[in-house]
Design a protein around this ligand. Structure first.
Ligand code: ZN
Ligand code: ZN
Length: 345
């Protein structure tokens, strides 16, 4: 089968690879219909993710059709149309019993990281009963791909951890796919203001269309002053960090109101300053999280009820045969205006 394979820093290839087989009784083999590329895949390509070794098939998102199941899989059968969660969960370990699936002792984020992923014609899904979701007939597959990772990530790590409440003031630092997913799902809670901050005017335009009440281009280094002006010098109740670099986290500390919450989503590859000399008396919370995908069943319902349209995040479509071009397009988002790219397997 064809698969996108990580070949070491800055190198990937579309190559022939052996089709996956059932290894554990709880596995399923899924024939991919659609997948996508995540910002995390670009981190892997930069060499930032030490657990992902050369030779690995990348990808942790997508939808497909169950082809074969191991003898212990009871919920799914061949032919079932399924959504693949980016997090695999055994359902039995201490962390799974606490709904912290991201820290499953034998699962978590392993797809396209420590085991072969979804950017291929077929994928082996461990713990299939807990890691796949049935999808209703006629559901929009493109929209569903957004539920593998970015929607639950924006919602759980940003919106839920950020404790957004009706009428509250929110700033989202980073208007890429994850920041925009947080923007879409923040609106479940009717915050009074949502301020989007980014360096890219195109992405800020998109944010406005998605419901941002104000946008700030931080290129001049004065985003904190701009937020203070917009909030009557009070700051924001929730500051969501959706980039993963030191300056954006520090900015969250500069704009957080007393009693507020800084919710980090970004994948940080280096150390970041925490200005406790300014924050120690501000009654704030700082949260971090790897997505647990506990909100996926709720997001599936809200999608079916047409209360959210995640296809608005999709800017490009490619065939699996053209996935290298898809990576180029996704990696050069400032020029290509790419948000999420759909890859038809
Ligand atoms: Zn991802
Ligand atoms: Zn577990």
């Amino acid at each position: 089968m064809k698969a996108l394979i990580y070949q070491g820093p800055s190198k990937n290839s579309l190559s022939e690879h052996a089709k996956p087989e059932i290894i554990e009784p709880t596995d399923a083999i899924v024939k991919m219909t659609k997948t996508t590329i995540c910002g995390t895949d670009l981190h892997i390509l930069k060499g930032d993710v030490a657990t992902c070794k050369p030779g690995r098939i990348l990808g942790h998102e997508g939808v497909g059709i169950v082809e074969t199941i191991g003898p212990a899989v009871s919920i799914f059968k061949p032919g079932d149309h399924v959504l693949i969660s980016c997090v695999s969960a055994c359902g039995r370990c201490e962390y799974c019993r606490r709904q912290m699936f991201s820290h499953c002792t034998t699962g978590g984020w392993i797809l396209g990281n420590t085991i072969d992923g979804t950017q291929a014609e077929f994928v082996r899904i461990p713990y299939a009963d807990n890691s796949l979701y049935p999808i209703p007939d006629g559901a929009d597959e493109d929209a569903l791909v957004m539920l593998s990772d970015i929607l639950p990530t924006g919602f759980e790590c940003g919106v839920l951890n950020g404790k957004i409440t009706p009428g509250s003031t929110v700033a989202i630092v980073g208007s890429g796919p994850i920041g925009l997913a947080a923007l879409l799902t923040a609106q479940f809670f009717s915050p009074g203001e949502i301020i989007m901050i980014d360096l890219d005017d195109n992405r800020l335009e998109v944010a406005k269309r998605f419901g941002a009440t104000a946008t700030i281009n931080s290129r001049d280094g004065k985003a904190a002053e701009a937020v203070m002006k917009l909030t009557g010098n009070r700051g924001v109740d929730t500051a969501i960090e959706a980039v993963g670099i030191p300056t954006t986290f520090v900015l969250c500390g500069e704009i957080i109101a007393a009693g507020g919450t800084i919710a980090n989503i970004g994948v940080h590859g280096g150390k970041v300053d925490l200005h406790l000399e300014k924050l120690w008396d501000r009654n704030i919370f700082i949260t971090t999280r790897l997505v647990d995908t506990v909100s996926t069943p709720m997001l599936l319902k809200i999608l079916q009820a047409k209360k959210i349209d995640p296809t608005r995040l999709i800017t490009h479509h490619f065939k699996l045969a053209d996935i290298l071009q898809a990576y180029e397009t996704f990696a050069h988002a400032a020029d290509t205006r790419a948000l999420k790219v759909i890859i038809d397997a």
